[in-house]
Structure formats: structure tokens, C-alpha cells
Design a protein around this ligand. Sequence first.
Ligand SMILES: C[S@@+](CC[C@H](N)C(=O)[O-])C[C@H]1O[C@@H](n2cnc3c(N)ncnc32)[C@H](O)[C@@H]1O
Length: 247
Amino acid sequence: MNREEISRIAHADHPIKAPLGDDSVRALLAKGLPRGDERVLDLGCGTGEWLLRALETGTGVHAEGVDVSPEALAEADEAATRRGLRQRLVLHDQDAAKFTSPQPFDLVLSVGAAHAFGGLLPTLAAAREHLAPGGSVLVGDGFWDGTPSAEAVGMLGDFDDLATTVDRVVADGWTPVHGHVSTRRELDDYEWACWGGLAGWALDHGDDPQAPEVLATAGTRRTEWLHTYRDTFGFLTLVLRRTPDRS
Ligand SMILES: C[S@@+](CC[C@H](N)C(=O)[O-])C[C@H]1O[C@@H](n2cnc3c(N)ncnc32)[C@H](O)[C@@H]1O
């Protein structure tokens, strides 16, 4: 089974592919969408769940999503149609780092996709290119909540701690106007949804020739989480606006 299929099954019970609960997503989007007529862009939109929830906040909202996964975009397309949102959504199958648009956006999202740009600050630089005057960026990325093992860094990347992460964002010319640090429960719910969901699929599809491999993958990923990064991985989502240049 390929990575995309594994990911589709693993996220079936957690369509937001990041460790945030529904209330947290709602509160973050509310901060980024104060008017109800915004143009929203998601760089690394996956199956489009952030955009679909943004579109559901008001009929005046229009959204565009960019991702390199045709499978994820096909799911976004199908879900948007099912939820009556397709006419206000444009999907782009391309590298988000190379995406250009003739019109700017009032809210630029990028959650769990910083690797596509080479880290958090390059993600913000890319988001800034698309931002309308007075607009906001909603960005989500990891941080280390304690000293990670070399294995954890090798697996997830080299993050800063929470305070240093925010300091670097502020030093880069951004002002956080809202933020959410994923709770222990959100972090655990996400991992259990992914690896428990994948294991459950394998048990429910015992006749499928791929079931043993899927069950083994679920076990490996659960073990990696519990032994390698559960105690040190944190996730921060910020709503940012540009800090006025007073010089
Ligand atoms: C962890 S998922 C997050 C999806 C979505 N933002 C969410 O929170 O539900 C990361 C996404 O980034 C996408 N991605 C990775 N590299 C990319 C690139 N260079 N350009 C666009 N998307 C990319 C992946 O295909 C995947 O859908």
C-alpha cells in the first residue's frame, strides 16, 4: 500500500492532518476571518479540511488550496462537492513554493507543511508574497517541548523550543494576534486517531492481502510515537499579522 493510501486511512477519523481539535480550529479560523468575505489560500492544503471549514464560516468566503498530492486534492474536491462548497473553492495541483496568483489573499494558511518551504520562516516568507494589506497568516508547526533525542530530531526535524519559535517569528516582522499550543489531549488524540485508525482498518479488512502490512505499519508508527517523540514534540499554531515598520 502506498503512502497516500496509508495516509487516507490513517486520517479518516481526523480530517485535519495536524494535532488540533475542532474547537481549536474554529477559534483560529474565527481570528483569521473577521469579516466573512475573505479570500483564503492554503499552502499545503492536503484534503482541504481547513479551507472547507473556512468556507463554512460564511458564504462570502472564497478559497484556494495548493498541494502536490493529487489523491488529497481529489478528496478535497469530493468533500467540497458533498458539502455544497465546490463553487467557492479552487484547487491547484502544484508545488506550494512555486505557486503564484494574480490576486492577494486576506488569510494565508499553512499548517503542518513547513517542510515544503524548508522551515517555519521560509514558510512565512512564502505566505507574505500572497498576503493582501492588513491580512493574516495562520501557520502551524512543531516545536520541542523538552530536549529531543537525536532519533526524534532525525524523525521530525530540528525545531526550536516554544519561546524561541515565537521570538524568531516576531524578529522576522510578525505580530502574533492569536495562538494555540496543542494540548496533551489534542496531541494524543491525533496520534491515536492515525495509528489506532490504521490498525482498526487492518482488523476490519482481514481478507485484504495488504492487511498484515498495514497492521505492522500501524504498530511501528505507534511505537515510534510512544518511544521516540511523544514526550518532547509540541505543536504551535499562530495567527500573525505584519508588524508595522516604524523606521
Ligand atoms: C501534514 S499534511 C497537512 C495538510 C493540511 N494543511 C492539514 O492541516 O490538514 C502536509 C501536506 O503538505 C503537502 N505538501 C508537501 N510538500 C508540498 C509542496 N512542496 N507543495 C505543496 N504541498 C506540499 C502534502 O502533500 C500534505 O498534504
